[in-house]
Design a protein around this ligand. Sequence first.
Ligand SMILES: O=C(O)[C@H]1NCC[C@@H]1O
Length: 354
Amino acid sequence: MRWSKLVTMIDLHAEGEIGRVATAGFGTVPGDSMMEKMRYINEMDDTIRRFTVFEPRGAATSTVNLLFPPIRPEAAAGFIVLQADKAHAMSGSNAMCVATALLETGYIPMREPYTRLKLDTPAGLVSVTAECRGGRCERIALDMPPSFVHDLEVRLSVPEIGTVIVDIAYGGVFYALVDAAALGIPINRTNARRLVELASPIKRAVNQQVRVRHPDLPEINHVSYVMFCERGSDPSLIRGCTVIPPGRCDRSPCGTGTAARLAAMYARGEVRLGDELRAQSIIDTEFQVELTGQTCIGCGSEGAVLSRISGRAWIFGMYQCALDPTDPFAFGFALSDTWGPDVDEMRASLSTSG
Ligand SMILES: O=C(O)[C@H]1NCC[C@@H]1O
């Protein structure tokens, strides 16, 4: 064989949201921290991201997590989430996939009934508690990064829609949280495409009209996702749908989005410390959510909340993708027919041309 690249991956999903874990073959990514590695991918060379996520080797629902040996001594491993638009600082469903892959393949020794480990991410260390039985990870609980509200009830002027009121909060990445009922759109499978079409101008507007910045992680300085939020008659059930650029719905209840949402709910007095909730996705899968504490960030100036979010992940395959030196699509491609309305905007932001 004359391949110039061969990347080995484990196929997983967490409550329906795909999260491939690349374990070998993607070479080295310069950086003395996960944040530096993420910056390198986003600003210097995103070829491995495009090679693995975009077509023909990837697809519109692709997410690939690059697995790294630990840099911080207390971490078992590090990972960086590669999505269609960029590398991101943290992801709940993907952290569940990474932890499950590490334990069920034996990369990290499994202890029953609980295995505890730390994962290193650009957003910081994430403590993981895996419920294990018979060699299987039955549930992965994440102690999410401290979550906080950046702005409540920001009035956005959104072309094609009008005024949209959003909360802006952080749960590992920044979110614009939108009340789905205010836009008259229930979160259900039928509305998946419409939710994507609504999120596109809202995300553009929020990043044009609002400047965000994490007080301790200044490189996290834009809103990554729009999350539509819904509450039903059951106060313990919160339903949500995160739209992932360039245009698809998160199939999971979204861990970072739910953590951000909890901060906004806490700020409004809608939840209290110790409350346990169920976060439900557009395909009705669920994460268990607990508001576990308060903390400060930004030199103590910002109030933040701590949450533990758990879900299940499953390995469903192994995948190797290779590059023939004559393959014209080493950098992959994406089309708006399946990837969503913001493909051209996404292409304009790529750090590697081709
Ligand atoms: O659970 C989460 O946080 C992720 N799911 C896909 C988009 C987010 O990164």
